[in-house]
Structures are given as structure tokens and as C-alpha cells.
Write a protein that binds this ligand. Structure first.
Ligand code: NAP
Length: 322
């Protein structure tokens, strides 16, 4: 059957599943860094299953290095842009992901970034830490009132986008969204208005938040032209995938003052971050921690293990990528 290769230690959840696994589990030696390419190609040799993370590029070369007995690649993420799906399908390898279990965690972080950016939380924190003398001022760190009828534009009203809409409704925001589900009853119950087009969403939103997958079609979904269409003084939030945004164009839009700020959990050339954006006070940048709630991370890992066990046992996986 071949071993199960897990590309990082994932804490206690590994021990919970170890006894139930139908094959030997081999785990990469450290959670700090992923296996490098040579280590990955070597470690997958003879594997029946690979449990991968977003940092692992699983392409034809890796699948071939594993060999014919490889049955499943279980990604510990809902996004699967790190996996070559065509190459997997050609080799009859099932790919699974972890949809649903991380919606709340990512939506929470989206709101955290939205508030941190519009209300200048990180900027204020950095200022306090300088030890500079200060006193309350009527103009000090004034930002956008999100609860006073600001409009949130959700690009991709899927599982996470919907969880963001639910929260934004509680804040009293107007919500406009793209995606098929923008016409659903759920969306209506959260006060979502379907956008007539992406262009309309960009034009009316005070804050644009991205929640669509990274695909060849969505790379640079937000480039110079889209940024120019955005409302003057608006904000961009990205907790989806870095390459959705052309970061140099974003830096230009922020430099010119056309955009007031940006909150980025993910980065175009991760783990590298844009040196211009890093110097901007109006930008909040996080190290890709959207799903980083303790229980959420455990549920993601558990779902990846369940998918692996199902496929290796000849059953249907719980959450295949289709
Ligand atoms: P989902 O339920 O599949 O929703 C995706 C949404 O994107 C849908 O509304 C879909 O519209 C829309 N969409 C698909 N293709 C598009 C395109 N070409 N242009 C514009 N919109 C498009 O996915 P989800 O579970 O909410 O996850 C969304 C993304 O969040 C993931 O793909 C992942 O990259 C990212 N994510 C990031 C983190 C993090 O740590 N920061 C954690 C989890 C997920 P239709 O319904 O009309 O197809």
C-alpha cells in the first residue's frame, strides 16, 4: 500500500489518528520549515498517501516520484492551488481539501484585518511602542466608521465570504457581493445585495474583501485597472491568496492616496513580502494566519486524516476536490 507521508508535524492530532491508519506514517522532522524539494521528492517515494500543506508544491514531478501506488493527496487547506489537479487526475490520484471547518476562523480574521486597517489599530500600536509623548487629540488616528453604513464588497460569496457577510451584517454594514450564492436566501438573510458586475462592486465598496480561489483566471484579479475603479479612499482586504493581487499596482494605488489602506494576510510571492508595502503605515500585513485558530487547525488536520483513511480503505473521501 505504501506509507503515508505527512509534510509537517501537526501536533496532538497526529497521535489521535496514528493507531487508525492503514499504513505506516512518516512525518517530516520539523514544523518550522517544509521539506525542501529534494527532501520532498525522496520522502514521497513509495507513498500511498501524501498529506500536504499549502507550502508544498505537489506537481507531476512529485506524483511521479511517489510512484504508481500513490492513491491520495490530502491537502490540509481548503485552497488547492499548490496541487496540479490535472496531473493528479491523469495518474488516478484523488485530491482532497478541508472545506467548511475553517470558515469562521478565516471570517474572524478578515474582520480583524478590516478593523485593524480602517481603524488604524496596528498603526496606533506601532506609535505607542515608540514611547513618543502624546495626548488625546480630536484628529489623532481618525479612520473609517465601518458601522455607519460603510459598504463592504465581498468578491466571492462562497463559504468564507458568507461567514464574512454574517459578521458584517452585525456591524451594520451594507454588503454587496459577487458569486452565485449572492442570490441565495442565506445571502438575503445577511443583507447581501448581489453586485451587477465586479466593476460595480469595485465602484461602490468602501472596503473590498477577496474570498475567491486562486486559479489561472483569478491571478491579478485586482490589478492597476481594478484598483483605479475602486472608490477613492477605499480599502482592500485579502485573506484569500496573495497572487489575486498585483502588489506593485497596489503599492502605487496606496502611494498616490487613491486607496486609504490595505489589510493582507496573504502575499503575492509568499513567503516574501513586498518591500514597498512593508514601509507603509496604512498597510497591515500578517503571516498567512487566516485559519490559525487552535481548534480549527486540529479540525483541518483531522479531516485530512479522515480523507486519507477513507481513500486508502477503498471508500469515498469526505471532501474530494472535484
Ligand atoms: P468557496 O466556498 O469555493 O467560495 C469561493 C467563491 O469564489 C465563490 O463565491 C465562487 O463563486 C468565487 N469564485 C470562483 N471562481 C471565481 C472567479 N474566477 N472569479 C471570481 N470569483 C470566483 O471557497 P471558500 O471555502 O470560501 O474559500 C475561499 C478561498 O479562501 C480559498 O480558495 C482559499 O484560497 C482562501 N483561504 C485562505 C485562508 C487563509 O489562511 N488566509 C484560509 C482558508 C481559505 P461561484 O460560487 O459563483 O463559483
Amino acid at each position: 500500500m505504501g506509507h503515508i507521508y505527512l509534510t509537517r508535524p501537526l501536533g496532538d492530532v497526529v497521535e489521535q489518528f496514528r493507531q487508525q491508519l492503514p499504513a505506516q506514517l512518516r512525518v517530516h522532522h520539523t514544523s518550522e520549515f517544509p521539506p525542501d524539494r529534494t527532501e520532498l521528492l525522496e520522502a514521497v517515494r513509495g507513498a500511498g498517501a501524501i498529506i500536504s500543506l499549502v507550502t508544498d508544491r505537489i506537481d507531476a514531478e512529485v506524483l511521479d516520484a511517489a510512484g504508481d501506488q500513490l492513491k491520495v493527496v490530502a491537502n490540509v487547506a481548503v485552497g488547492y492551488d499548490n496541487i496540479d489537479l490535472d496531473a493528479a487526475a491523469e495518474r488516478n490520484v484523488t485530491v482532497t481539501n478541508t472545506p467548511g471547518v475553517l470558515d469562521d476562523a478565516v471570517a474572524d480574521l478578515t474582520l480583524a484585518l478590516l478593523l485593524a486597517t480602517t481603524r488604524r489599530v496596528a498603526e496606533g500600536d506601532r506609535f505607542i511602542r515608540t514611547g513618543t509623548e502624546w495626548i488625546w487629540s480630536p484628529e489623532g488616528y481618525v479612520g473609517l466608521d465601518v458601522s455607519a453604513g460603510a459598504t463592504l464588497g465581498i468578491v466571492g460569496l462562497g463559504r468564507i465570504g458568507m461567514a464574512v457577510a454574517k459578521r458584517a451584517q452585525a456591524f451594520g454594514m451594507n454588503i454587496v457581493a459577487t458569486g452565485r450564492r449572492a442570490h441565495d436566501d442565506d445571502a438575503r438573510s445577511f443583507g447581501v445585495r448581489p453586485a451587477s458586475s465586479m466593476h460595480e462592486l469595485l465602484r461602490v465598496a468602501d472596503i473590498v474583501s477577496l474570498h475567491c480561489p486562486l486559479t489561472p483566471e483569478t491571478k491579478h484579479l485586482i490589478g492597476a485597472e481594478q484598483l483605479a475603479s475602486m472608490k477613492p479612499g477605499s480599502y482592500l482586504i485579502n485573506t484569500a491568496r496573495g497572487p489575486l493581487v498585483d502588489e506593485e499596482a497596489l503599492a502605487d494605488a496606496l502611494d498616490s492616496g487613491h486607496l486609504s489602506g490595505a489589510g493582507l494576510d496573504v502575499h503575492e510571492f509568499e513567503p516574501q513580502t513586498n518591500s514597498r508595502l512593508r514601509t507603509m503605515e496604512q498597510v497591515v500585513m500578517l503571516p498567512h494566519i487566516g485559519s490559525a485558530g487552535d481548534a480549527t487547525r486540529n479540525e483541518m488536520a483531522a479531516l485530512a486524516f479522515r480523507n486519507t483513511i477513507a481513500v486508502l480503505s477503498g471508500e469515498q473521501p469526505l471532501t474530494p476536490v472535484e
